[in-house]
Design a protein around this ligand. Sequence first.
Ligand code: DQA
Length: 161
Amino acid sequence: MKIKVIHGPNLNMLGIREVNIYGPMKLDDINKNLQNVAKQNGFEIEFFQSNHEGDIVDAIQESLEDGTNAILINPAALTHTSVSIRDAIAAVKLPVIEVHMTNVAAREDFRQKSMISDIVAGTITGLGPLSYHLGLVGLMEILNQIKRAQEIQQAQAQKGN
Ligand code: DQA
């Protein structure tokens, strides 16, 4: 099963940008850690970062055709503004977890609103790179539960035949 990790604008600058807020870790290192955790648990993982809203919408839509089973997303600043990312998430109907490095609830007023929190499976904020790690663990658990439910259904259907 495949999980797609989507990083929004300016997250390519982690480790350089506002290190006092976002910490010293680079995006590549966050991705490497996620890759290791996914691999250890038998999941495929794919990474996508863009500074462009439409490209993120495309990446979400393409999930329906490229074998993605779930999405881990940090839409960054677009969290607070993007109706099109919200609509794309609603359209694909895949399990999605929203993550933020910082505790957005403790930051500026304009960061208080997330356009996607009410349509995702869950949101993890404020734990730095650990937000991504826990988000991934959550998605793997959700996918394992879906798989178990499907296996039970199949076994029951076979019994019925
Ligand atoms: C962020 C929080 C957003 O408000 C901000 O625009 C970001 C990163 C976070 O991970 O804490 O770029 O999503």
